[in-house]
Design a protein around this ligand. Structure first.
Ligand SMILES: *Cc1c(COP(=O)(O)O)cnc(C)c1O
Length: 229
């Protein structure tokens, strides 16, 4: 089942790329593993899923023990400062940086582990009060401040976006994020390499890719429904 889902998702990604003039090599599929068992995750990994995303630190470090070190772990959920230390030595990319305080703690931990940690700045593009992420108009300021931290590398932007039954309704927000991304790229800031746009989930990834996503984060379409304990 998971193998078929994975095949179908890749087929869809490929067809959207062909249709919209994107290069398949630019797209990273991140399997979002929250609530799913290590067995389920292994099935996907054995069928060449190389990137996994978790939104809870505890779940991530528990599952990491069961999964080969060859996978790249992405942190995609709200990250509390006091938990950065648990993931700082191995995390491939933190998608959800939305404050200077959090960035400073990531910088501090990165230094301790003698590495530079790549991050994305999370933007609340749909302006929903319940969501994390900074407001679009604060992006430039935050990116500029984070760029001063030598143990962090800003590599792009991320957004979660609203759930719309009709994925066409996500397009405006994806376009907005892409345009902020392009503006920042033009500025060519020190220690900032705008190369990743993490947007699109199970229900709207085709539109996200059409609008420039380089990373799509997919949970239910790959692993099935989530049941929260
Ligand atoms: C859960 C989650 C996803 C995956 O959502 P699906 O609708 O299951 O594909 C993507 N991004 C983030 C930040 C998530 O928390």
């Amino acid at each position: 089942m998971i193998k078929e889902n994975l095949d179908n998702i890749w087929k869809k990604i490929e067809s959207v790329c062909n249709k919209s003039g994107r290069n398949l090599n630019e797209i990273t599929l991140i399997g979002v593993t929250k609530t799913f068992s290590s067995n389920a995750i292994m099935e996907a990994v054995e069928h060449k899923l190389f990137d996994l995303g978790e939104s809870k630190v505890q779940e991530l470090i528990t599952k990491k023990d069961d999964i080969p070190d060859t996978v790249r772990w992405h942190f995609i959920g709200h990250l509390q400062k006091n938990k950065v230390k648990y993931i700082a030595d191995f995390i491939h990319l933190i998608h959800s940086v939305d404050s200077l305080e959090l960035a400073k703690e990531i910088d501090r931990q990165a230094k301790k582990f003698q590495r530079q940690i790549p991050i994305l700045v999370e933007i609340n593009i749909s302006d929903e009060e319940t969501k994390f992420g900074i407001e679009s108009e604060d992006t430039y300021q935050l990116v500029k401040e984070i760029s001063q931290l030598e143990n962090i590398k800003v590599q792009g932007l991320m957004t979660i976006g609203n759930y719309y039954e009709d994925m066409e309704l996500s397009r405006t927000n994806f376009k907005k994020l892409k345009s902020i991304f392009e503006e920042l790229k033009k500025l060519d800031l020190h220690n900032v390499e705008m190369k990743h746009l993490s947007m699109g989930m199970s229900h709207d990834f085709p539109v996200a890719i059409e609008e420039g996503a380089t990373m799509v984060r997919i949970g239910t379409a790959l692993f099935g429904e989530r049941y929260y304990a």
